[in-house]
Design a binder for this molecule. Structure first.
Ligand SMILES: O=C(O)CCC(=O)C(=O)O
Length: 276
């Protein structure tokens, strides 16, 4: 039995609101190490691609499936992370890593993300159980209103999946349903300090605005799935391969190791094919 560090009240809040913020999930040394790896990582630079928002601004990201022994993998596979995810997800099959994305919102130019549910993308992979899927955003730099922090509609995961269509090169939720949700549900700006994390349900409506500030907004978004939630339209097996958790201390003890060209990065072409 894995020990979890979240309380029952925190789980209740996650189930009610569709998200949970944990401050200082990583300490300053840990997040500094991830920041150093991020700025030095050539594989990330070589495998990043851009997606246009509906105004034509580019939002940049690198996405990979299998977590390795690099600093990102040591975080996504850490006991504290897996225990928390295991505690929050519905079901009891082993936790698997679907994918991680390094989100790079560059100063002045970093584009917006339109209103969507992650499951608005993922049901196209033919996963059947949205309650068994979760995203975890780790702030690597500060995330503020000015640099386009994530916005969420509290409780919107309870609506279930909303119809999605194209929005620029992204997939966006039906604005009609977003407007209906906003009639009664609270819009929350998720401002984060480096090292804070946000856990959010795969059906939670979220978006972010362009970064018009002078400060980069970098974050890692890692998405998890239960092994028994089989996707019938997905090539990568990472999302149904149980994670072997690593000690939390490994992140600080290990040498700074970045991703490498052996990492199974996704390309923009693959993402576009998901849009059906
Ligand atoms: O990083 C952001 O601003 C939003 C990213 C997002 O919504 C997503 O990856 O699903």
């Amino acid at each position: 039995m894995m020990k979890n560090q979240l309380s029952d009240d925190q789980k209740k809040a996650y189930l009610e609101d569709g998200f949970l913020i944990i401050r200082s999930f990583l300490n300053t040394q840990e997040v500094n190490k991830i920041y150093q790896a991020t700025v030095q990582d050539e594989a990330i630079t070589n495998n990043s691609y851009e997606l246009k928002d509906k105004s034509g601004k580019n939002t940049k990201l690198a996405l990979w499936f299998t977590p390795g022994d690099d600093v990102f993998g040591l975080l996504t596979k850490s006991k504290r992370m897996i225990n928390a995810v295991n505690f929050l997800l519905d079901g009891d099959a082993p936790v698997c890593h679907f994918h991680s994305k390094l989100m790079q919102k560059e100063p002045k130019v970093g584009g917006a993300w339109e209103w969507h549910q992650d499951y608005g993308y993922w049901y196209r992979n033919e996963f059947l159980y949205p309650d068994q899927m979760i995203s975890v955003m780790t702030a690597i730099t500060e995330s503020t209103v000015e640099n386009g922090c994530l916005q969420v509609i509290k409780g919107s995961h309870k609506i279930g999946r909303i119809e999605h269509g194209f929005s620029g090169e992204q997939v966006g939720a039906s604005q009609h349903y977003v407007d209906l949700a906003l009639k009664t549900m609270e819009l929350v700006y998720v401002t984060l300090k480096p090292g804070d994390v946000l856990f959010f349900h795969s059906n939670l409506l979220h978006r972010s605005e362009a970064n018009l500030s002078d400060n980069a907004r970098w974050s890692l978004i890692s998405c998890y799935n239960r092994q028994t939630n089989i996707p019938y339209n997905e090539k990568s097996k990472s999302c149904i391969t149980p994670i072997s958790p690593v000690q939390d201390e490994a992140l600080l003890e290990a040498e700074i190791k970045s991703l490498n060209e052996m990492t199974d990065f996704s390309s923009k072409k693959v993402d576009e094919s998901l849009k059906g």
